[in-house]
Design a protein around this ligand. Structure first.
Ligand SMILES: O=C(O)c1ccccc1N[C@@H]1O[C@H](COP(=O)(O)O)[C@@H](O)[C@H]1O
Length: 211
C-alpha cells in the first residue's frame, strides 16, 4: 500500500505554511472564496507560495468563481492544482487552466460513482460532508461506510478530520490522500503546528498498521 498523502487546507499565514511543510505535508491549500473565514487574496497567497519549496503542491480552492478570476489567480500564484468546491459542471471543469480536484458533498442519496464518473479528467475526487448552505470547511465528518470500496478514481477524503479520527478514516476507506482544515486550527485561519504534526503522524501510524 502506498503512503497516504496529506493536504493541509486554509493556509493564511507564512508561519503556517512553514509549519505544514516542516511536518511533512504533501500539499497546501489556499481558499479563494471571500465568504470563508480562511479566505486569502491572490496577492496574499502568491506571497506565501513564493516561500514553499519544490515538491510540495499548491492547491487553489474555488467556489463557483468565474473562469477569468480562476485563470488570473492560478497564473499569479503558480498554482499546481485547482480544487473545485462549488457547483461547477464537468464542462466548466474541463475548461480549467490547470489540473483539478473535484469536491463532492455527501448529501443524502448522492451516487458517488456516477457523479465522479462525470468528472472524467479530475485528478482526484474529494469527498466532503454535506451541510446545507455551507460549501465546505464545516468541521463535520460523514459516514465513511458510504464510500464505495471499488473506485475508479483517486479518493481525497475530507470533512471533520483531526488527529483523533484520521487513523480510523484511513483504515475504513484507504484514501489516496486526506485533506484537513479546521482539525489543525486554533481558530479559523490560524493553524496550530502541534496539531499539524499530530495529524501527519496519525496518518503515518495508520499507514504502518495497514501495510
Ligand atoms: O475551509 C473553508 O473555509 C472552505 C470554504 C468553502 C469550501 C471549502 C472549504 N474548505 C474545505 O472543506 C473541506 C473540509 O474542511 P474541514 O477539515 O472539515 O474544516 C476541506 O476540503 C477544505 O479544503
Amino acid at each position: 500500500m502506498s503512503r497516504t498523502r496529506v493536504k493541509i487546507c486554509g493556509i493564511c499565514r507564512e508561519e503556517d505554511a512553514r509549519a505544514a511543510v516542516e511536518a511533512g505535508a504533501d500539499a497546501l491549500g489556499f481558499v479563494f472564496y471571500a465568504k470563508s473565514p480562511r479566505a486569502v487574496t491572490p496577492e496574499q497567497a502568491a506571497s506565501i507560495i513564493r516561500g514553499i519549496p519544490a515538491f510540495v503542491s499548491t492547491v487553489g480552492l474555488f467556489v463557483n468563481a468565474d473562469l477569468d478570476f480562476i485563470s488570473r489567480t492560478a497564473a499569479l500564484c503558480s498554482l499546481d492544482l485547482l480544487q473545485m468546491h462549488g457547483d461547477e459542471s464537468p464542462e466548466f471543469c474541463a475548461a480549467l487552466p490547470r489540473p483539478y480536484l473535484r469536491a463532492l458533498r455527501m448529501r443524502d442519496g448522492l451516487d458517488v460513482t456516477r457523479q465522479a464518473a462525470a468528472y472524467v479528467d479530475a485528478r482526484a475526487i474529494l469527498l466532503d460532508s454535506y451541510k446545507p448552505g455551507v460549501p465546505g470547511g464545516t468541521g463535520e465528518s460523514f459516514d465513511w461506510a458510504r464510500i464505495p470500496h471499488q473506485r475508479g478514481f483517486p479518493l481525497l477524503l475530507a470533512g471533520g478530520l483531526h488527529s483523533g479520527n484520521v487513523g480510523a478514516a484511513v483504515a475504513s476507506c484507504r484514501p489516496w490522500a486526506v485533506d484537513v482544515s479546521g482539525g489543525v486550527e486554533i481558530a479559523p485561519g490560524q493553524k496550530c503546528p502541534e496539531k499539524i504534526s499530530q495529524f501527519i503522524k496519525a496518518v503515518a501510524d495508520a499507514d504502518r498498521l495497514e501495510s
